[in-house]
Design a protein around this ligand. Structure first.
Ligand code: ADP
Ligand code: MG
Length: 353
């Protein structure tokens, strides 16, 4: 069981419906191992193909150790380096994070700026005001509008408080950095690096449906499924080309209903409220960290703006589902994805400018 209060452990495990599911053949016939463990509020599955069984098993356990270490280090609220940074930020003033956190903050800050603030890891206090940081309970009602407004007035976005030149954070008191929209992706990248360093060439690291795959599954490409956002079916299949990440952000992962309205865990930093018009965003990208952050950014950007934000982030393969079930996708994504829905959906093609 996950002890950390931040990563929404039980909920994540209970859901277990992976946003992307492996669509590979029968495990018994294939020289493949699969190893699963809970981490970062979800179930992580490591699949290794064509590698000596014992060494593969050991490698998968190393990946588990890595995830558990990063889970602790990057929990904003307790336990590791990020929690210590946030504790120091409670007083406000200047703080110089260690090299590893500085590297993450620098990357996150650049993505945040390019997304026009849609992705903003300085949002931690807002996440807490909503109650989405609590692993054990979902909130029952939105916080008072006045408190949201007050909080927005006293919060600065990450690119404004992170001084890249000097590696220093200068933040208003009580700022909380929350890397929840990015850290899982970075952890997946680290896991793939680790597997490669051990000699593994064909593998998938799948963190609750968000994954990076390298190599192939024997004589064919890895094939993965993207989950339907509103039921347990599979919306689409994608074949992986060599080394790619496929991530999905959606309004169905952590949410509560209040007076007929769905409130979920991806917040618009400008309004202080959960995003409204898209139910899911799926991106095929290069590395998992950037792809993870981009999914969150495009959820926030919404209908009108997601193509422009994708362009600013250098993302070309995007599929979004809106509240009417309409699918929008870019031409490069259209070439990659096979829609599996029985009743063919309305599909709109949108160019990334
Ligand atoms: P998931 O981890 O469920 O796949 P995301 O990658 O979109 O979903 O991350 C959501 C988490 O990121 C939230 O639980 C919260 O901690 C944080 N978060 C919410 N809104 C934003 C935002 N606009 N920018 C950055 N982080 C966010
Ligand atoms: Mg994300």
């Amino acid at each position: 069981m996950i002890s950390s209060p931040f990563w929404p452990g039980r909920a994540g495990l209970a859901i277990l419906a992976l946003a992307a599911t492996l669509l590979s053949g029968c495990a018994r016939e294939e020289p493949e191992i699969r190893y699963r463990f809970p981490a970062m509020g979800t179930l992580v599955e490591v699949t290794i193909y064509d590698f000596p069984a014992e060494a593969a098993d050991e490698a998968a356990r190393d990946v588990e150790d890595l995830f558990l270490k990063l889970q602790r280090e990057w929990d904003p609220w307790e336990g590791g380096a990020l929690a210590a940074l946030n504790a120091a930020l409670a007083e406000g003033g200047e703080i110089r994070p260690d090299d590893e956190l500085s590297g993450l903050l620098a990357r996150a800050s650049r993505i945040s700026a390019a997304s026009g603030g849609a992705f903003d890891p300085a949002i931690g206090r807002l996440v807490k005001l909503w109650g989405f940081q609590d692993a054990e309970h979902l909130p029952e009602a939105p916080p008072p509008a006045g408190e949201i407004e007050q909080l927005l007035d006293s919060t600065e976005p990450l690119p404004r408080i992170w001084d890249e030149q000097n590696g220093v954070l200068t933040a208003p008191a009580n700022t909380v950095i929350d890397l929840g929209a990015f850290a899982k992706g970075v952890a997946v990248d680290r896991a793939i690096e680790l597997l490669r360093s051990l000699g593994v060439r064909h593998a998938i690291v799948n963190a609750g449906g968000d994954l990076r795959a390298i190599g192939r599954h024997g004589d064919r490409a890895w094939k993965i499924g993207v989950r339907e956002p509103r039921n347990s079916g599979i919306l689409a299949a994608i074949e992986i080309a060599g080394d790619e990440s496929v991530f999905t952000s959606g309004d169905y992962e952590r949410f509560f209903d209040y007076q007929g309205h769905r409130y979920h865990h991806i917040l618009d930093p400008r309004t202080g409220y959960p995003t409204q018009d898209l139910v899911s965003v799926t991106i095929i990208g290069a590395n998992a960290g950037d792809t993870d952050a981009a999914c969150t950014a495009l959820m926030v950007a919404g209908h009108g703006h997601w193509p422009a934000v994708a362009a600013a982030l250098g993302i070309t393969q995007v599929m979004v589902v809106d509240r009417e079930g309409v699918i929008e996708m870019t031409p490069p994504m259209q070439k990659r994805v096979k829609i599996l829905r029985e009743e063919p959906p309305t599909i709109k093609i949108r160019e990334v400018p």
